[in-house]
Design a protein around this ligand. Structure first.
Ligand code: F6P
Length: 548
C-alpha cells in the first residue's frame, strides 16, 4: 500500500464529501431513486442491514471501497485469521475468531494448532457447568449452588454481563449470575447482600490475574465467605478462576484444577467467547453458549468470504470512517430497540474505544486522520424521552445504529408492535425531518394565529437528513447475538486497518493505574502528597479535612 495512493483515496473522498454535504438530501434521494433501499442493504440469512438512510451515494461507496482495498483490509483480515502476530506492540496473534471455529479447520500459531486446546477448555467448562446445574458440585456445607458471582472488570466483565442480560429469556431456573467489577466497595457489598455463602460460587475472572480492582474484590469475597462459613477450607468449593496466568491463580489459593485457561492471543475485550464466558454457560447452559459461538463463526465466515461491497462489517466500518473522517462526526450512537441489549452500548464502548482510541499508527507515527469515535447509547424507547432531542435538533452530526427483532421472546405482541413502530419512526423522522412549510401548514390546520405561527414555527422545524443504519433480525437468540457481536468486532477491525492503528493493545489505560498506585499511600495518609501537582495535593488535603 503506498501512502501516496492512500492519500489520493482520501483526497477523492474529501472532494465527494464536499459535494455530499452541500447536495445530498436523503428525502429527495429516496424520491428520485426507487431502488435506493434495495441497493443499499446487506444480509446474512435473516440478519438484515439497511444502510440506505445514510448520507451516501454510489460515488461515496466506491470511494470507500477503494480506500478499503488500498489500506489492505482483506490482506490484514487474512493475516488475522491465519494467526499472524498482528498485535505488533505485544507481539501477539489476534485469534478470538479461533474460539468460535469449533467446526472449522485447524488454526495455527507458530505452527501449532490451537483448536485442540480450545476444545479441551470448552469440554471442561461444559462438564463443570453440568456438575453445578445438577447439584453434583456442592458447596462446602453440601448445598447446591444457586448464585454465581463473577468478579472481573473490563473485558473480564462487560461481555458476560451483556450476554447474560441479552439471553435473559434463556436463563436456567435455579441459578442466578451476578457481576462485581467496580473497586467501589458498594458494588460487592450491595451484590453480596441477600446472598447465602453456602450456596454462592465465585468466579474470579482476570486475563492477567494482576488487575487491582478484581483482586481487591476477590479478597473481600473470600473474607466474606470464610467469615460466614467459619472455615478457610471452604474456598476450594466456592472459588473457581478464569485466567491466562494459572500460576497467579494458584498463588491466590484457588486450586488450578478449578481454573479455566485461555491464551495471550485472546484480547480482553474480545474474550467472551473464551473461558471468560463461563458465567454465560452457567446462566444459559452449554448448548446455548455453543449456539452463540456458532453465530460468531457464521459472521466470521461472511466477513472472510463476502465481496467487500456486500460484506456487512466492511460496509459498516467504511460508513463509520465516512462520518468520522469526511463528515466530521465525533460520536456514534448505538440504540437497540431491544431491552435485552441494554448493556450492548457499554460493551461496545470498550470493544470500540479501547481498540481504536489511538493516536499513533502501527509504525509509531502520529495518525493523520481522526480515529475512533465516542460510542454511546441506551435502549429505545427510553432514549427517545431523554437525549433524542439533541440527535434531531442539536448541532452535532450523530450517526445512529438502530437494531430491533422481528419477533419478541415474550407474548406481549402489542408492546412489540409499538417498539418496532417507534424504532422505524425514529429512523424515518431523522431522515425526512419536517420543513418550515410543513410546520406552518400543520399549525394552521390546528387553528393557530399567523403571529403565533411565526413565533413557534422555527422551533418546530426538523432539518432531517440525519443518518442511521437499521439492523433487523428475526429474534434475539444466542446465534443471532453471536452474529451481532462478531459483526461489531469486525467493523472495529476494518476501521483499525483504515486508520492504520493497532486495535489490539491498550497502553492508554496504564498511566492512570500507575498513578493510582502512587497516590494510594497519600490518600491513606501514610505519605505526603507535597510532591504532586498543586491540584492533586490540594484535593488530597481537602479529602483528609472532610474525612476528619
Ligand atoms: O482496562 C484495561 C484492561 O487491561 C482491559 O483491556 C481488560 O479487559 C481489563 O483491563 C481487565 O484485565 P484482566 O482481565 O487482566 O483483569
Amino acid at each position: 500500500m503506498s501512502t501516496e495512493r492512500l492519500s489520493e483515496c482520501w483526497e477523492n473522498l474529501k472532494r465527494i464529501g464536499a459535494e455530499v454535504s452541500s447536495e445530498l438530501n436523503l428525502r429527495e434521494a429516496f424520491a428520485e431513486d426507487p431502488a435506493r433501499f434495495s441497493r443499499y442493504h446487506s444480509t446474512l440469512d435473516d440478519l438484515f442491514v439497511d444502510y440506505s438512510k445514510n448520507l451516501i451515494t454510489d460515488n461515496v461507496l466506491n470511494g470507500l471501497l477503494e480506500l478499503a482495498k488500498e489500506a489492505g483490509v482483506t490482506e490484514w483480515r487474512d493475516r488475522m485469521f491465519a494467526g499472524e502476530r498482528i498485535n505488533i506492540t505485544e507481539h501477539r496473534a489476534v485469534l478470538h475468531v479461533a474460539l468460535r471455529n469449533i467446526d472449522g479447520d485447524p488454526v495455527e500459531v507458530d505452527g501449532e494448532d490451537v483448536m485442540p486446546g480450545i476444545k479441551e477448555v470448552l469440554a471442561n467448562m461444559k462438564a463443570f457447568a453440568a456438575r453445578v446445574h445438577s447439584g453434583e458440585w456442592k458447596g462446602h456445607t453440601g448445598k447446591k449452588i444457586t448464585d454465581v458471582v463473577n468478579i472481573g472488570i473490563g473485558g473480564s466483565d462487560l461481555g458476560p454481563v451483556m450476554v447474560n442480560e441479552a439471553l435473559r429469556p434463556y436463563h436456567i431456573d435455579g441459578i442466578k449470575c451476578h457481576f462485581v467489577s467496580n473497586v467501589d466497595g458498594a458494588h460487592i457489598v450491595d451484590t453480596l447482600k441477600g446472598l447465602d455463602a453456602e450456596t454462592t460460587l465465585f468466579i474470579i475472572a482476570s486475563k492477567t490475574f494482576t488487575t487491582d480492582e478484581t483482586l481487591t474484590n476477590a479478597y473481600s469475597a473470600r473474607s466474606w465467605l470464610v467469615d460466614a462459613l467459619g472455615d478457610d477450607g471452604a474456598v476450594a468449593k466456592h472459588f473457581v478462576a478464569v485466567s491466562t496466568a494459572l500460576d497467579k491463580v494458584a498463588e491466590f489459593g484457588i486450586d488450578t484444577a478449578n481454573a479455566f485457561g485461555f491464551w495471550d492471543w485472546v484480547g480482553g475485550r474480545y474474550s467472551l467467547w473464551s473461558a471468560i464466558g463461563l458465567p454465560i454457560i452457567l446462566a444459559v447452559g452449554y448448548d446455548r453458549f455453543e449456539e452463540l459461538l456458532r453465530g460468531g463463526a457464521a459472521m466470521d465466515q461472511h466477513f472472510k468470504t463476502a465481496p467487500l461491497a456486500e460484506n456487512i462489517p466492511v460496509i459498516l466500518g467504511l460508513i463509520g470512517v465516512w462520518y468520522r473522517n469526511i463528515l466530521g462526526a465525533s460520536s456514534q450512537a448505538i440504540l437497540p430497540y431491544d431491552q435485552h441489549l441494554s448493556r450492548l452500548p457499554a460493551y461496545l464502548q470498550q470493544a470500540d474505544m479501547e481498540s481504536n482510541g489511538k493516536s499513533t499508527t502501527r509504525d509509531g507515527k502520529p495518525v493523520q486522520t481522526a480515529t475512533g469515535p465516542v460510542i454511546w447509547g441506551e435502549p429505545g424507547t427510553n432514549g427517545q424521552h431523554a437525549f433524542y432531542q439533541l440527535i434531531h435538533q442539536g448541532t452535532e452530526l450523530i450517526p445512529v445504529d438502530f437494531m430491533v427483532a422481528a419477533k419478541p421472546l415474550h407474548d406481549l405482541q402489542n408492546h412489540h408492535d409499538k417498539l418496532v413502530a417507534n424504532c422505524f419512526a425514529q429512523a424515518e423522522a431523522l431522515m425526512v425531518g419536517k420543513t418550515e412549510a410543513e410546520v406552518r401548514h400543520e399549525l394552521d390546520l390546528q387553528g393557530m394565529s399567523a403571529d403565533d405561527i411565526d413565533v413557534l414555527a422555527p422551533h418546530k422545524v426538523f432539518a432531517g437528513n440525519k443518518p442511521s443504519t437499521m439492523i433487523l433480525y428475526r429474534q434475539l437468540d444466542p446465534f443471532t447475538l453471536g452474529r451481532l457481536i462478531a459483526m461489531y468486532e469486525h467493523k472495529i477491525f476494518v476501521q483499525g486497518v483504515i486508520w492504520n492503528v493497532n486495535s489490539y493493545d491498550q497502553w492508554g489505560v496504564e498511566l492512570g493505574k500507575q498513578l493510582a498506585k502512587e497516590l494510594l499511600p497519600m490518600v491513606q495518609g501514610s505519605e505526603s502528597a507535597e510532591s504532586r501537582d498543586a491540584s492533586t495535593a490540594g484535593l488530597i488535603a481537602e479529602l483528609r479535612t472532610l474525612q476528619s
